[in-house]
Design a protein around this ligand. Structure first.
Ligand SMILES: *Cc1c(COP(=O)(O)O)cnc(C)c1O
Length: 423
């Protein structure tokens, strides 16, 4: 049996109906934007392995930082101790985060980063004796798969089985072009009831919904409305963070900054799972008390793991190089050129580009479901042609590693054009 066959004996894959799933390629090597499977077939990783890998696979700089850390101090508990890499990483993040972010809390993945933010919003109010127990979120939001994060997520098939066991979250429309007024009004109506602890959102781009985009101006207004009504704002930058939108963070496009931010995915360049929730001083102060019970009783065994912190430090230094910044601009310009061309295609309904993200909506009859027939046909076509793209329903998006070459990018575009002929 090869690896693909042996895999099926024991491994349970994410978001997978194993009864209908085909064999999965077994990847044995990765370098830069490329992956190779056990049969030596080459793939271009055009979605940076779920958006975690902007500096490319098997990056030497990050690998060296990890090796050095592993042979110096691989781990120490963060309860009651600290270490140099957590201090250095905090100092580094403070130089790139919005100026109102003053405190960091470490956890393991995007979902836990969201859990921490939600718990802080709820407990901040509890500590002050204020009854605010509900959360506001966008329709079609995705914030992760643990209970609090799942409750905030609006894509129904991820959450349907757990209705009734979830935190109370009320949804408002996404302020995409033409829907701004409706969205603002819905937010306004909710915040004026004084029942809401926080508004959580994916700033400017809803990744899992299919790279749905909206303008910074309307988000600025929404944050202002929340500020005026004492509702905390949580920017879930798990997908958008570290350059994806063309700026370090999507919130860098805003005038009004969120109270909390969630970071993960590209934080360690796709090497070691880690996440960070960041806070204003005001939120931290809501827990700062002589009373022990007012502390945030949350933690994970691997909180602020030194090896992950070392990987994050190396990753951020890569992001800050002139070369990487130029790569982001290069990909953006290349996307814009392809967009101009492809939007004229009769099978293309809409297109959008922000930073290194390109999305196009394919004409389809009726509503295409998330894992529907068109999606599966496209997905299989891309894999056969050695390009990793995971369409969402009838939306095809590209979010490549920043180091992807022009030639590889051209192959991705050409494969999308070919795919339009088969749907
Ligand atoms: C992926 C994602 C999450 C969840 O992160 P995990 O590491 O998968 O738990 C949360 N929010 C957003 C915006 C994401 O894209």
């Amino acid at each position: 049996m090869n690896l693909s066959e042996r895999d099926k004996l024991y491994n349970w894959h994410p978001y997978t109906q194993h009864k209908t799933a085909t064999d999965f390629p077994a990847i044995v090597k990765g370098k830069d934007a490329l992956l190779w499977d056990e049969n030596d077939k080459e793939y271009i990783d055009a979605i940076a392995s779920w958006w975690v890998n902007p500096y490319g696979h098997s990056n030497q700089v990050i690998a060296d930082a990890i090796y050095e850390q592993l042979t110096t101090l691989e781990h120490v508990l963060f309860g009651g101790f600290t270490h140099d890499k957590a201090v250095l990483l905090a100092e580094k993040l403070m130089t790139i985060l919005p100026a109102n972010q003053k405190k960091l809390f470490y956890s393991d993945n995007g979902s836990t980063a969201v859990e921490v933010a939600l718990k802080c919003a709820l407990q901040y109010n509890y500590n002050k004796g204020i009854k605010k127990t509900k959360i506001i979120a966008f329709e079609d939001a995705f914030h992760g798969d643990t209970f609090g994060a799942m409750a905030s997520s609006g894509i129904s098939f991820f959450t349907e089985a757990f209705k009734g066991s979830l935190l109370e979250v009320i949804r408002i429309p996404v302020p995409t072009s033409g829907n701004e007024e409706e969205s603002l009004k819905a937010l306004h109506d909710l915040v004026s009831t004084n029942e809401y602890a926080a508004f959580i959102f994916e700033p400017l781009v809803q990744g899992a919904a299919g790279m749905v985009m909206y303008r910074p101006e309307v988000l600025d207004t929404m944050i202002l409305i929340c500020n005026q009504n004492n509702v905390f704002t949580i920017a879930d930058e798990v997908m958008t963070g570290f350059g994806k939108t063309g700026k370090t963070f999507a919130t860098d496009y805003l005038i009004n900054k969120p109270d909390m931010m969630c970071l993960s995915k590209a934080l360690t360049g796709g090497t070691i799972p880690m996440a960070i929730t960041t806070f204003t001083q005001e939120i931290f102060d809501g827990f700062y008390d002589d009373d022990t019970n007012k502390a945030l009783f949350h933690g994970h065994t691997f909180t602020a793991n030194p090896t992950a912190c070392a990987a994050a430090l190396a990753s951020i230094s890569l992001l800050q190089t002139e070369e990487m910044q130029q790569n982001i601009v290069r990909i953006n310009q290349s996307h814009l050129v392809f967009e101009e061309k492809i939007k004229l295609h009769p099978m293309v309904k809409t297109t959008r580009v922000l930073g290194v993200i390109l999305a196009l909506e394919i004409v389809s009859e009726g509503q295409e479901s998330y894992y529907g027939t068109m999606r599966n046909k496209l997905y299989n076509f891309f894999i056969e042609n050695g390009v990793i793209l995971r369409p969402v329903g009838n939306i095809v998006y590209v979010l490549p590693p920043y180091i992807i070459s022009d030639l590889q990018l051209e192959k991705v575009y050409a494969t999308i054009e070919k795919a339009l002929e088969i749907v």
